[in-house]
Design a protein around this ligand. Sequence first.
Ligand code: ADP
Ligand code: MG
Length: 320
Amino acid sequence: MEFSLIERIRQRTAQAREDVRLGIGDDAALLAVPAGQELAVAIDTLVEGVHFPSATSAADIGWKALAVNLSDLAAMGATPAWALLALSLPKADASFIDELADGFAQLAQPYRLALVGGDTTRGTLTLSVAVHGFVPPGLALLRAGAQVGDVVFVTGTLGDAAAGLRLLQQDHRDGDARAAYLIERLNRPTPRIAAGLALRGYAHACIDISDGLLADLGHICAASQVGAELDVALLPRSSALLDLFDDASSQAFALSGGDDYELCFTVPALRAAQVQADLARLGCGVTRIGRIVEGAGVRVRDATGQWLQPAQRGWDHFGA
Ligand code: ADP
Ligand code: MG
């Protein structure tokens, strides 16, 4: 593909690292995994019109393509190091590439993450980012490992990104700071890297919430061969979400809305207070939402203690 486009990306994402022996420019990158570390690798693809609305800015697309991948490393408790970017573009547009690379670099920089290679082709706007991170052997946070009696936590707030998407699909009022906040949560998710690192060693199980809390906590339950009980009244919801949506909608978004990229994890009850203190020290909000029980699947209690039926959980809103 056109040399100048790749060169623009290279310049805008430049990040010197000792462990990058050879970065963008040859047939392959040469990378040195630090002694005594395991490599955690993940890849996720964003397709225009499927994973982000067509009107999304190039900078937001660049940010989000990296963010969803860093979120996977966060959920493993890995330290980010390197990325590859495979990019399909309908046309070679230098200013679009510049903005996209800048959005990517804005998130990459604080982690000193180096873009070490990729591929550039013509096609529907699509970004596949592969990330590589380090984790000491045996310390990665897995989905399997939740135990009966564990407390279930989530970071941050839930449902904001789904609410932001709903606002974009409706005629939302431009200039409303709460709407802008929810749309920002959709377009610029914050990967919980520091929280994932802090949880190493004492979370029994961890996952990032990309498909919705019920679906993703369901993956922990399936992998760990346990069930989970949640209280809907405990779900952390932002004031922007509560202000702009009625209770039923905000509940459905928090339970089933995707794209929040918060962490959901379980810890033994004796460590619950320590987790809250440790994450608070990092400036990361964390909320206890339920517990791990014997059995299978996720059950949700409403504010009066009744079990919610599937339709009330918002599954009808999302067709899951
Ligand atoms: P090749 O034909 O050997 O695959 P390319 O022209 O595809 O060569 O790539 C040239 C160099 O530019 C390689 O080092 C490749 O990793 C890098 N590269 C290509 N596209 C991108 C991209 N979108 N982001 C980062 N690096 C890229
Ligand atoms: Mg190539």
